[in-house]
Design a protein around this ligand. Structure first.
Ligand code: ADP
Ligand code: MG
Length: 258
């Protein structure tokens, strides 16, 4: 047992504690109640796929977990620590949460290698040579090491998204969030990105993935969460959810995308 507990505090049951926990999380945009009493626990090493109609709050959920969006009430913890509102503590905790968006958001004027090495150099104060060496290893892992000196625009969308994954991994996150990572890609590039994500899942990374790619869900997800109107309507194993959805909303939704 590790003993990174605070004296006087109860000893947490580390192994069983969820890595990500949301308790009664609510979020409004004006009159719009976009997250309604969300309760969610994600275990270490668990892969959760979030699925649901457009506007159901999936992106807001991801952004709240990374504190890109504030919440109105409730509590979000990452590895037992409550997400702070701002400042250095937030930056530190945010480094625990890697995020990959639909748009790759790479720095256009930096090389692929620099895109991956920059976070560790700037935020983690790693030495440049060391950070670049690690970045190269990560680029190799996602299969784009032969593009290291190119600019993002010289790569295909699928390659750029794999660089975005490498960049997030460079910060050594405890959990990776993916918000529709393949929905901006040409069809022939979707699988190369999903394959990278499946590998990551198999290596034991904790992942929350917003996607409608059922193949990925079936291959990699431990659990599928179906959201509608800001609520978690149902959750089940991929097999159970895709073959026997319970709610009318889920049946209706699956009828449209299958
Ligand atoms: P999803 O990712 O499931 O499509 P979102 O989380 O993006 O859903 O959005 C949920 C709802 O919140 C939508 O109705 C959307 O229009 C609204 N919304 C999202 N971001 C904002 C914002 N910054 N300001 C106002 N409304 C927003
Ligand atoms: Mg979205």
């Amino acid at each position: 047992m590790t003993s990174d507990t605070t004296p006087g505090q109860p000893v947490p049951e580390k192994a069983a504690a969820p890595l990500v926990s949301l308790k009664n999380v609510n979020k409004h945009f004006g009159d719009l109640h976009v997250l309604r009493d969300i309760n969610l626990e994600v275990a270490r090493g668990e892969v959760v796929v979030v699925i649901g109609p457009s506007g159901s709050g999936k992106s807001t959920l991801c952004r709240a977990i990374n504190r890109l969006e504030t919440i109105d009430d409730g509590e979000i913890t990452i590895d037992g620590k409550v997400l702070p509102a701002e400042g250095k503590a937030l930056a530190k905790l945010r480094a625990d949460v890697g995020m990959v968006f639909q748009s790759f958001n790479l720095f256009a004027h930096k090389s692929i290698l620099d895109n991956v090495a920059l976070g560790p150099i700037k935020v983690k104060k790693e030495k440049s040579a060391e950070a670049k060496e690690k970045a190269m290893t990560l680029l190799k892992r996602v299969g784009v090491d032969n593009q290291a000196n190119k600019l993002p625009a010289q790569l295909s969308g699928g390659q750029q998204q794999r660089v975005a994954i490498a960049r997030a991994l460079a910060m050594k996150p405890k959990v990776m969030l993916f918000d529709e990572p393949t929905s901006a890609l040409d069809p022939e590039m979707i699988n190369e990105v999903l394959d990278t994500m499946v590998e990551l899942a198999q290596e034991g990374m904790t992942m929350i993935v917003v996607t409608h790619e059922m193949g990925f869900a079936r291959k990699a997800a431990d659990r599928v969460i179906f959201m509608a109107d800001g609520q978690i309507v149902e959750q089940a194993t991929p097999e159970e959810f895709f073959t026997h959805p319970k709610s009318d909303r889920a049946k209706d939704f699956l009828g449209k995308i299958l």
